[in-house]
Ligand binder design. Sequence first.
Ligand SMILES: Nc1ncnc2c1ncn2[C@@H]1O[C@H](COP(=O)(O)OP(=O)(O)OP(=O)(O)O)[C@@H](O)[C@H]1O
Ligand SMILES: [Mg+2]
Length: 622
Amino acid sequence: MSTLRRLVAYLRPHAGWVAIAALSMVGVALALIFMVSLVGPLVKTVLGPDATLPGMSVGAVGSQAGSAVVPAPKARTFGFAKAVETWFDNARAAIRDVVPTDALAVLLLGFLAVLVKNALTYLGHYAFYRAGLATMKDLRDRLMDALLGQSARFYQKRPSAALMSRLTNDVEQITFAVSDRLSELFQDSFTMLGLIVYLFTLNLPLAIVVFVLAPVVVWPIAHFGRKLRHRSYRTQERMGEVNAVADEVIKGWRVVQAFGMESFERRRFREATWQHFRASLKTRKVLALNAPVVELLGAAGVMVLLYWANRQITAGVTTAEQFGTFLLGLYSMYQPVKRLTKVNLALQGAIASGQRVFEVVDEPVEITDRPAARPLPGIREGIRFEGVSFAYEPEKPVLRDFSLDIPAGKAVAIVGPSGAGKSTVAQLLPRFWDVEAGRILVDGVDLRDLELRSLRAAIGVVTQETVLFNTTVRANIAYGQDVVDEARLAAAAHAAFAEEFIREMPQGYDTVVGESGVKLSGGQRQRLAVARALYKDPPLLILDEATSALDAEAEAIVQRALENLLHGRTTLMIAHRLATVRAATTIVVMDAGRVVEQGSHAELLARGGLYAHLAELQGIKD
Ligand SMILES: Nc1ncnc2c1ncn2[C@@H]1O[C@H](COP(=O)(O)OP(=O)(O)OP(=O)(O)O)[C@@H](O)[C@H]1O
Ligand SMILES: [Mg+2]
């Protein structure tokens, strides 16, 4: 489906408003044409020699009052123009019954037309904005739905700024095209169409002359526009060069002066400003020529028209009033034509934005529930990695035939050199990524046969980078809970050694922690993360370098908090510092994506392998 068709599909739920808008725009166009058609009668009845308005000499009014509506001498019109004339005659006759003079009737009709036109303009724009803004909301919501369902590989491919720009700029661009440009497209097309039909039916020969002449006037306008765009692009490039030199001098003035390069930089800068000067001058030349040339051509066109009109009027085919109406009608087409040429640009922009938005919306979700996925009630036996292989990028294996057992209720620690794949193991458990070969089993069931929601609900993660949200301490600990169990909250904070500092904060549990928790120290953030995991009370706990960013004292506190968390829980613990893992039931040593050793602290030390080597480096002897 083309992007444009999909964008239109987003408008469909708001079709009612679009219809109201379109109808209003038709009304606006008709009112405008009616206003144009009033020029003749206005000139004749209000400004002409027989004009009669209330407040004039009684005699004049009296002489008018007797006669019925004087039909104006009619020029040859047909079709639409004739119909407009008939509306006018009927309306004037109707109004003439309640107002004293003919001129007043015409004035009132004119005002009425303006009133209707503007009221409908308001309604039309309101309806279009409503549809456009509602579309913007729908698109944004749809995009967010897509983002919420996406997985690690997706986020890895796209910088967050690029995604943000889709949510803001691109959606905005589409809305702009819908509510501003599309409304103009509707209004201007109706106006144009109406005016063209009107002019052709008003005075066919004149209209033919105009539409033969039109390209002669329109072509130079288009030509100047193209030239101007090209030239101003060049000027901007030159300005960029000026800025580049200036930027280097300003930032590097110390170097410039120390090396005595002032005259070199001066020459470079003068060359750049000279180029900019020449390019700007060329742009201004086009700009300065534009208006005079267009006006001259326009005037030449009008001269031809006037000559033609003169012949028609003397031949009795048209009247001066009708010619005035014709000219005004022609003039009224100028703005719509000008705006219509811009619609295409906006539409192209919206389509490009739409493509960027739909690209994200359409991205297939890599990690989803299988059709027969079942919920995970809890962990009874344990977790087993069976010959797991995994790579983030093709041809670069990170885990190779990796096997590991984490018995229920026991803590298993992974240690190993940086880049061994420890964090990768942790990321596979909540299925942020799926394994390539082998499988991961929970109580004998493949992770991929479990409902994603219930799997993730069963896992608590504390990592080195704690993610805190810009909300209260309470909401951060009880993340995702509408109803907060205060007793459990306090218990979690207590066990995480966070109670004390929370109580010292200005509003206690109601203190907002700032974006990513900037108002907290690293250790405090970490303890809130532990409290969050405690509050969640998950059957499986993953600790990935949960204390590595802390100093010794803070680490000791968080370590004690973690011990509260570990108690009898199935745990996967990853750490650099061997001191933090020696309490684990089993320690697994990883290197280059494989398990190389496994055992208790004492067993591994006795083996004299990689673990013993790492222990020696960290000064651990027993
Ligand atoms: N998101 C990713 N995309 C591509 N490659 C990655 C990604 N994350 C990790 N890697 C690569 O995978 C390998 C294992 O990384 P991992 O983070 O699992 O190591 P680690 O054992 O946790 O190391 P450290 O002790 O430094 O935290 C590394 O070579 C790393 O470059
Ligand atoms: Mg890591």
